[in-house]
Design a protein around this ligand. Structure first.
Ligand SMILES: *[C@@H]1O[C@H](CO)[C@@H](O)[C@H](O)[C@H]1NC(C)=O
Length: 475
């Protein structure tokens, strides 16, 4: 029997239930729709060959309860929908040769099916992607497919602007401290179990905090509040989570004129605090914890309008990178008692901040510049050398961080969307997505069990929280 068929759709063969062999060849079928062979319960051999078939509905083959042999050879199929062969329990032979298959995540199910319970199959070769062109499908394994993609999705916005967001963990509880200069407050981000959302209650009222730096001292949460007016101070939580904060000391005896950033590190068994001072005649200062408070330990070079301090380790020794508005970033090394200037970072003027990350034994530094592109440098034993340049549009934050076990670097932009980069195995940044947080000043990760979030402190809008989600493209 021969038919001339242009479209195979539901019920095309309703009146021929006794058919055992069906040959549809050398036509221009194009599409095979849902239930195209419904009713052909006795069909054993089905050939749809040389038919320009480009799409098949996932349920196109349903009802073929007795099918032994199926050929879809020499069509235009780039992919096959998951579940296409479901219910074909009697199938013993399958021919898929001569199709321009794109062996990407959409075909992972087929590869898995072919390598497990499938009938004898001639599956043909991949036409693409380029790395797989010409590879027989039968040679692929499901594990050859990397189908997990992650993205940050808007989750919540908090109704205030913030300038700094710093993560901490205390007794297994993660948190983020937020500095709200306009509201004059430090807030702690916490998860509201009942509401299924975050809240950010004020923990300290101040005047105009530019940093609320959390650290754990003797089992208690301490927050260093650096302010433009009203003086900077150290606060300590009186008891466990939820208890109030009490003021421990004023910091710097009024000598901190225009604090800009706060960092801390444990060196040789002591806690040190660095405060960058960006006033014209100001001096960035290193403080040491003395049991009841932080006491001045070392004044860094004055007159440089410092904007950022970064503690790190270079060649197994503590180091400090100081960024300032008037000179190149300066790298200090720890002598055991103080930091001594060691080298500067050449060829990169106007660095606003430097943040480091470690990868495979190497130390990398992410340099943010408000004017000019952001840069990634690598420590080469005696100096930092540029390894990558990233386009920036008014950037004040370039933050490396880990989220859900993955490494990222996030570049905030004032005059363009911010960009998320995934950190490749060699330390190369690969762009993955954009974020729309307005005027971002800090990014901080926070994880609650298996849920992972990113907090974006925004200077000109609401503080944004994104949820990190992983999607399996092969599912
Ligand atoms: C901060 O100030 C507000 C308004 O005066 C007050 O309601 C709140 O209790 C204060 N919070 C703290 C932690 O002191």
């Amino acid at each position: 029997m021969r038919w001339h068929i242009d479209v195979l759709g539901e019920g095309s063969f309703r009146d021929t239930p006794a058919l055992q062999l069906l040959l549809v060849t050398a036509g221009r079928l194009g599409t095979i729709g849902d239930g195209a062979f419904a009713g052909l319960v006795l069909l054993e051999y089905l050939f749809i060959e040389d038919n320009d078939v480009g799409t098949i509905a996932p349920t196109a083959l349903r009802g073929l309860r007795g099918l032994l042999y199926l050929s879809l050879a020499n069509n235009r199929l780039e992919t096959l929908p998951r579940g296409l062969f479901q219910g074909l329990e009697t199938l013993t032979q399958l021919d898929l040769r001569g199709n321009p298959f794109q062996c990407d995540c959409r075909l992972r199910w087929l590869v898995a099916w072919l390598s497990s319970a499938a009938p004898a199959a001639e599956a043909g070769r991949c036409r693409g992607p380029p790395t797989r062109a010409g590879t027989p499908l039968a040679q692929l394994q499901p594990r050859d497919f990397d189908c997990l993609v992650s993205e940050l999705r808007p989750f919540q916005s908090l109704p205030f602007a913030s300038l700094a967001a710093e993560p901490f963990a205390l007794g297994g509880h993660p948190g983020v401290a937020l500095a709200q200069p306009f509201a004059g407050a430090c807030a702690l981000l916490e998860w509201d179990q009942l509401a299924g959302r975050f809240r950010a209650p004020t923990i300290i009222n101040g005047s105009s905090p530019v940093a609320c730096h959390p650290l754990q001292l003797g089992g208690a949460l301490v927050v260093v509040v650096a302010q433009l007016g009203g003086g900077s101070a150290v606060w300590r939580r009186a008891g466990g989570p939820g208890s109030r904060f009490v003021r421990l000391q004023a910091l710097g005896n009024g000598r901190l004129r225009r604090p800009h950033a706060v960092a801390s590190a444990r060196l040789g068994g002591h806690w040190y605090l660095g405060v960058a001072d960006s006033s014209k005649g100001g001096t960035s200062t290193l403080f040491r914890w003395g049991g009841r408070g932080f006491y001045p330990h070392q004044a860094l070079r004055p007159w440089h309008r410092d904007t950022h301090l970064e503690f790190l380790e270079l060649g197994g020794r503590p180091a400090l990178v100081v960024c300032s508005g008037t000179r190149r970033p300066l790298v200090y090394r720890w002598s055991g008692a103080a930091f001594a200037p060691h080298t500067d970072i050449p060829h990169v003027p106007d660095v606003y901040a430097a943040k480091h990350f470690r990868l495979r034994g190497h130390v990398f530094l992410c340099l943010t510049r408000f004017l000019g592109d952001a840069k990634v440098m690598r420590w080469e034993g005696s100096m930092f050398r540029e390894v990558q340049q990233v386009p920036a549009r008014g950037s004040m934050v370039f933050q490396p961080l880990s989220l859900a076990g993955q490494r990222y670097v996030i570049l905030g932009n004032d005059y363009a969307p911010s960009r998320v980069y995934r950190l490749g195995p060699g330390g190369h940044l690969e762009p993955t997505q954009e974020l729309l947080a307005p005027a971002p000043r800090a990014f901080a990760p926070i994880s609650l069990g298996h849920r992972h979030f990113l907090v974006a402190a925004s200077f000109k809008g609401a503080t944004q929280i994104y949820r990190h989600v992983t999607v399996d493209l092969g599912a």
